[in-house]
Design a protein around this ligand. Sequence first.
Ligand SMILES: [Zn+2]
Length: 104
Amino acid sequence: MKPYEPVIGLEVHAQLLTQTKIFCECPTAFGAPPNNQICPVCTGQPGALPVLNRTAVEYAIRAGLALNCRIAATSVFARKNYFYPDLPKGYQISQYDRPLCQEG
Ligand SMILES: [Zn+2]
C-alpha cells in the first residue's frame, strides 16, 4: 500500500473589527437599520470598483504571522461569479491562487 500524506486545508471565516467594510467605505455598525450601510460598491452596481481596506489587510497579516504563515509580497483578489439567493450582485470577491497568507 502506498503511503499517503494527509493534506488539510481550512477555510476560515472571521469578522474583523474594522470601522468600514473590506471593499468600500461603508460603516459596519452593529444594529443599524437595514440598507443604511450600503453604497454602489457593496451592492455591486455596474462600474463601481472595490477599494481594499488597509486595516483589514493589516489584521489579516497579523493573523497570518500568529499562525506562522508565509506572508505574500503580492496577493490577488478574484471576483467569483455565481448565483445565490442572498447574493443579488451575483459575485463574491475572494482569494484563489495568490492568497495573502499561506503555509501556516
Ligand atoms: Zn459599501
